[in-house]
Design a protein around this ligand. Structure first.
Ligand code: BGC
Length: 760
């Protein structure tokens, strides 16, 4: 039922529909055409404007600046506003007080959960569990939509191979295949089967494109890469999101081939719409049109023209469209069709969300009591978090801990609930997160005594600490001298059977505008670790981080390391589950951990050089460094378990395969440990000779298998022509006859191998 649209629009809609076949696409077209027929140019331009909620306060929405703009039809959507009651109040202005009563779309950065916060996306990817990842997006959609939101600026699928870049934490790591599978799972989780349902929301894949390849890992920096690399390595996850039906795409801040993404017609029209068939709308990133001025593309009018002509539909915050498009049209610099196209796509999105049918669809005032931060959601968050942790090292079976004796819990992140959320948690109540201390107390039981000492600040540099303590996530710097804190920690450690050291980065040391030039553990924390080791007690390092850290020293000296990223609401409970062995860790890395910052970029799926180092480091005139080997500390795909897994009997069902056929790969996996556990088995290929240089290994399949101790399973993978194909130098998707290696195992380095030939 159409409740709020004007009589005029309703009449046009009904008349038109009665003469058309009532198939949904037709209904949409007829409705939108009818609506656009009665829109003024100003109203059309207004639809392209996406401000933040700004000065809106409850009860005063109409009189706010934004309220006034909405009444004038100058706003298409709003973001950074939440709660059903507040959004209802603002929506009411749009659908009652503006001339055409067009509903607004309400967006938000719902990145890894809403009130129930899930692990940061990089951590989520380490579960390699698509069902869980999709579930996390589905819950995020349910909670956000119960709070009035119908559009999320997620998933972020930027391939990132430079851990200096803080936003590596927001994506799925370094691999295009895994990134693509995750992109699909996230889009399907948010959007569900029915976008008009009140518990699903529209996704927005970002940042299109190549944002993760900023030079030197410095945020917003220049990106420049070959088309070949784009097509084969960086574009696949965006395309996977488009293929999964994502409703919107966000442009990136960076240049692509010298032109900022928001003004790049090749990117937004030739590639996205014409080649990939995307039929949703394109929104810019925050003030990205205006930033084209600093990129050196012209003044506000000029860059707004470039953006609309390139295929940008909605202008986030900058108001370049609102301020200049009419003038550009009057001067003949752009066409009315450019504006119509953009307006139409935004109206289509609103239609697809069901907002014309019921603009208050996502404003049910009761749902926030039943659908947000529920026990069920928290239980799933706890499970997902425990599966995202990666056990990097576990000498002498230091883990799991026994549920008896005394634990010394030491470190700047041991008793900090707020920083468990990770960056981009816009709706979480940070104080409600479970800290590690609280989690250990919850899970340990009555036979364990937990002693606590802070031991160190995040860093000795108060300036750096201040820069990473924003957004309501305090690090609570301790002003005592470092030596006093260390002495207290040693005294505490001496009373215990085992030391759990909670160290690493706080939430905001990664994320947007949080690039680092050195990704080692801060020196003062390493000093504390050295002192703790001197006590002779076993040390377990629980490492909090939003990026791979260069932990060569730690990997050589600390007996046990559990990398826990930022686990969200239930972090502490989930860590305790793993530390005490109630959950057997199964996470595997989706980014390489380098030895030092100078090795960056270091990623498993690189091309070979003409002088590869094949044996031991160092060999003169081979591709290597004088001061460090080429090896990572921990490779892509790596992660330990409390069980051990053995791979044997890798076999292929044929030694030759044609392009129209497929090949079956099978391997037997056995849990040779004493406890049940899950193993992520990975399949990689290498195309040995092709018309262009191909990666030394490429992930082409994976599966996660749960096995009881002693249990074996035969795993099957199928390779089709598609998995053997790539973009050649003419950017054509081809497979080329020749030999391929297949590798299967528990990481990108530890594999059994076989080979086969692709024939015409
Ligand atoms: C970020 C985007 C985000 C947007 C809106 C920008 O600064 O780059 O990822 O969606 O802000 O909050």
């Amino acid at each position: 039922m159409i409740k709020q649209a004007t009589t005029l629009i309703v009449a046009l809609f009904i008349i038109s529909c009665s003469t058309q076949e009532r198939v949904s696409e037709n209904r949409e077209k007829v409705f939108i055409d009818s609506l656009m027929n009665v829109m003024t140019l100003e109203e059309k331009i207004g639809q392209l404007n996406l401000p933040t909620s700004g000065d809106i306060t409850t009860g005063q929405a109409s009189s706010s600046d934004i309220g006034q703009k909405i009444i004038k039809g100058e706003v298409g959507g709003l973001f950074n506003i939440k709660t059903a009651s507040k959004i209802r109040e603002v929506q009411r202005i749009a659908v009652e007080d503006s001339r055409l009563k067009i509903p607004l779309i309400f967006g938000m950065d719902v990145i890894h959960g809403y009130k129930t916060v899930f692990p940061v996306p990089l951590a989520l990817s380490c579960t390699w569990d698509m069902e869980l990842i999709e579930k996390s997006a589905q819950i995020a959609a349910k909670e956000a939509s119960a709070d009035g939101i119908c559009w999320t600026f997620s998933p972020m699928v930027d391939i990132a191979r430079d851990p200096r870049w803080g936003r590596i934490t927001e994506g799925a790591g370094e691999d295009p295949y895994l990134g693509s599978v995750i992109a699909k799972a996230m889009v399907e989780g948010y959007q569900g089967d029915d976008l008009t349902a009140n518990n699903t929301i529209m996704a927005c894949v970002k940042h299109f494109a190549l944002y993760g390849a900023a030079e030197a890992g410095r945020d917003y920096n220049t990106v420049d890469m070959s088309r070949l690399r784009m097509y084969n390595e960086y574009l696949p996850p965006y395309k996977a999101a488009v293929d999964a039906g994502v409703g919107s795409v966000m442009t990136s801040f960076n240049t692509v081939d010298g032109i900022p993404a928001s003004g790049n017609k090749w990117l937004l029209t030739d590639l996205l719409r014409n080649e990939w068939g995307f039929d949703g709308f394109v929104v810019t990133d925050y003030t990205a049109i205006n930033e084209m001025i600093a990129h050196g593309l012209g003044d506000l009018q000029k860059v707004s023209e470039l953006a609309i002509e390139a295929g940008t539909d909605m202008d986030m915050v900058g108001e370049g469209f609102l301020k200049t498009l009419k003038k550009s049209l009057d001067e003949g610099k752009i066409t009315e069709q450019d504006i119509d196209n953009a307006c139409k796509r935004i109206l289509e999105a609103k239609y697809r969300l069901g907002l014309f049918e019921d603009p208050y669809k996502y404003c049910d005032l009761k749902r926030d009591k039943t659908d947000i931060y529920t026990d069920e959601h928290l239980a799933i968050a706890r499970k997902i978090a425990s599966e995202s942790f990666v056990l990097l090292k576990n000498d002498n079976h230091t883990l799991p801990l026994k549920k008896k004796g005394t634990i010394a819990l030491i470190g700047p992140l041991a008793d900090n609930a707020e920083n468990m959320a990770g960056s981009w948690s816009v709706a979480g109540d940070f104080e409600k997160n479970i800290s590690l201390k609280q989690g250990l107390e919850n899970v340990a039981g009555s036979n364990v005594t937990i002693l606590y000492a802070r031991g160190a600040n995040i860093t000795s540099d108060p300036g750096l600490e201040a820069r990473v303590s924003i957004f309501g996530k305090p690090t609570r710097r301790d002003d005592r001298p470092e030596s006093v804190m260390i002495q207290e920690a040693i005294a505490t450690a001496k009373k215990a059977d085992v030391i759990v050291a909670a160290m690493g980065e706080p939430s905001e040391m990664s994320g947007e505008s949080s690039s680092l030039s050195n990704i080692e553990l801060p020196e003062n924390q390493r000093t504390l670790l050295k002192e703790l080791l001197k006590t002779g007690k076993p040390v377990v390092l629980v490492l909090f981080t939003g990026r791979p850290l260069a932990i060569k020293w730690e990997s050589e000296n600390i007996p046990s390391i559990l990398n826990v990223w930022f686990g969200g609401s239930q972090t502490g409970n989930a860590i305790a589950d793993v530390l005490f062995g109630d959950v057997n860790p199964s996470g595997k890395l989706t980014t390489t951990f380098p030895q030092n910052t100078g090795q960056i970029p270091l990623y498993y799926n690189h091309l070979n050089t003409g002088r590869p180092l094949e044996g031991e480091w160092f060999v003169k005139f081979k591709s290597n460094y004088l001061d460090v080997s080429n090896e990572p500390v921990y490779p892509f795909g790596y992660g330990l378990s409390y069980s051990t897994f053995e791979y044997r009997d890798l076999s292929l069902n044929k030694s030759q395969v044609t392009k129209s056929d497929s090949i079956d790969v099978q391997i037997t996996l056995t849990n040779t440990g004493k406890v049940a556990g899950s193993e992520v088995t990975q399949l990689y290929i290498r195309d040995l000779a092709a018309s262009i240089s191909r990666p030394v290994k490429e992930l082409k399949g994976f599966t996660k298998t749960y096995l009881e101790p002693g249990q074996s399973k035969t795993l099957h993978f199928t390779l089709h022509n598609d998995e053997l194909s790539f973009y050649n130098s003419n950017l054509k998707w081809v497979s080329e006859p020749g030999e391929f290696n297949v590798y299967v195992g528990g990481s990108s380095q530890d594999n059994l191998s076989a080979n086969f030939e692709l024939i015409d």
